[in-house]
Design a protein around this ligand. Structure first.
Ligand SMILES: Cc1cc2nc3c(=O)[nH]c(=O)nc-3n(C[C@H](O)[C@H](O)[C@H](O)COP(=O)(O)OP(=O)(O)OC[C@H]3O[C@@H](n4cnc5c(N)ncnc54)[C@H](O)[C@@H]3O)c2cc1C
Length: 228
């Protein structure tokens, strides 16, 4: 590509989505990403070798390579210096990016195609109308079709209940609050967490399936670097 209409820097949830949407409208979009691209045949070992400079063919995407590089080993993925999800350039001979934190706290952000988006907890609530209306230049009602598109794409579903939530619901109901059964929250109440992680795979507790087999099935396997 010699003369892009738009250059997007960083291909996390924000950059990658805007590049896709603009590309589908016929614009030439160039995405620049400093982090490694796991699961792309053009970068078979992105943390060691330079690999290619660009990729624009979906044929480059390789799920077998991705599963090899994205392992269930917490240390391999989460180590702040060497882990695949660390914050810094693809080349592991170069140091992680240093973050200045002025207040007490822990910044967990990472580099790589998908950046922080790779490790987020997938909690996907909508903003309350009161925080949008007359605050943003767009109303909550106008936002609804965009929310619905995102929720259908991810997809967003209510997270499975555990006994902890059940106890909370019991208390909330006793206190006179109502259950809100939809993603659209316009009145006070309580509800399960809207989440973009698929519900746990139903075969998880079956001993006849190996972890490898489960990893190829649809649904959360509760394995590896799942921090919630
Ligand atoms: C632990 C954790 C849990 C979270 N949980 C939730 C949640 O449950 N729900 C929720 O809504 N949000 C959550 N968030 C927040 C959410 O993940 C982020 O707001 C979102 O992923 C940011 O997307 P982004 O595209 O803006 O940035 P990123 O996904 O970080 O993408 C930025 C990209 O830019 C690249 N980049 C940086 N500098 C350069 C450069 N100079 N040149 C080229 N490329 C560059 C990076 O490598 C990266 O790939 C969580 C965040 C964290 C850290």
């Amino acid at each position: 590509m010699t003369d892009p209409d738009v250059i997007v820097i960083g291909s996390g949830g924000g950059g990658a989505v805007i590049a896709k949407e603009l590309g589908e409208k016929g614009l030439q979009v160039l995405v620049l990403e400093a982090g490694p691209w796991y699961g792309n045949s053009q970068w078979p070992d992105p943390n060691k070798n330079r690999g290619a400079q660009n990729s624009s063919k979906s044929d480059d995407l390789n799920i077998f390579l991705f599963k090899e590089q994205y392992t269930k080993d917490e240390g391999e993925m989460n180590d702040l210096i060497t882990g695949r999800l660390r914050w810094g350039p693809a080349d592991r001979n170069r140091s992680p990016w240093f973050r200045n934190v002025t207040r007490r706290g822990f910044v967990w952000q990472n580099s790589g195609v998908g950046g922080t988006t790779q490790s987020y907890l997938a909690n996907s609530p909508r903003a309350f109308p009161v925080t949008v209306d007359h605050v943003w230049p767009i109303s909550y009602r106008e936002l609804i079709p965009y929310y619905e598109k995102v929720e259908a794409t991810l997809p967003v579903e209510f997270a499975p209940m555990t006994s902890k939530e059940e106890l909370f619901f019991y208390g909330a109901k006793k206190a006179g609050w109502q259950l809100i059964p939809t993603l659209d929250v316009t009145v006070p109440g309580y509800r399960p967490q809207p989440n973009a992680i698929l519900p746990p795979n139903k075969n998880l507790t079956r001993p006849d399936y190996s972890v490898e087999q489960l990893s190829w099935m649809q649904g959360c396997t509760l394995a590896g670097h799942c921090i919630n």
